[in-house]
Design a protein around this ligand. Structure first.
Ligand code: FE2
Length: 145
């Protein structure tokens, strides 16, 4: 069972961003499971690396999109992302140094930082795209000649 299930309450309405947010929760789930079932530190470290890499990838994609639509408050949004990444780095440090409680730290991060970020900053930033096709929603150019 998923520890961090997706909810339609998290949907921003931008399908690309929403798919990436679902993936973020799935990577968080994998890490939580690795920690919860006491897999080796190597497995948990790999799961955390996957979460960290995907988090960086997603934030970069989202920031590029927000820049392309000239979303207001982008500098503040970037700082929120940087802070969320620092949290993941702190988890990695704690895991590598065998600090107990990384699972609880992860659950806190997802439920009190990541999800509220999606529901507040992301939704606010993407609200201006509601009802109008966004750049990411445009169909690929036809290859017919
Ligand atoms: Fe964001």
């Amino acid at each position: 069972m998923s520890r961090f299930p997706w909810s339609d309450d998290y949907a921003t309405g931008n399908w690309v961003i929403d798919i990436q947010h679902r993936r973020l929760l799935e990577f968080a789930d994998l890490l939580f499971e690795a920690l919860d079932t006491h897999r080796t530190v190597d497995i948990a470290t790999e799961a955390l690396a996957a979460l960290e890499n995907y988090t960086r990838y997603h934030f970069a994609e989202e920031e590029a999109f927000l820049a392309s639509i000239r979303a207001p408050g982008l500098a503040k949004h970037r700082r929120a992302h940087a802070s969320l990444i620092l949290d993941v780095e702190a988890m990695r440090f704690n895991l590598v140094s065998r600090h107990p409680g990384v699972g609880a730290q992860l659950a806190r991060w997802v439920l009190t930082c990541l999800v509220p970020h999606m529901q507040n900053e992301d939704m606010a930033s993407l609200a201006i795209t509601k009802g109008t096709p966004s750049v990411l929603r445009q169909p690929l150019p036809s290859t017919k000649t």
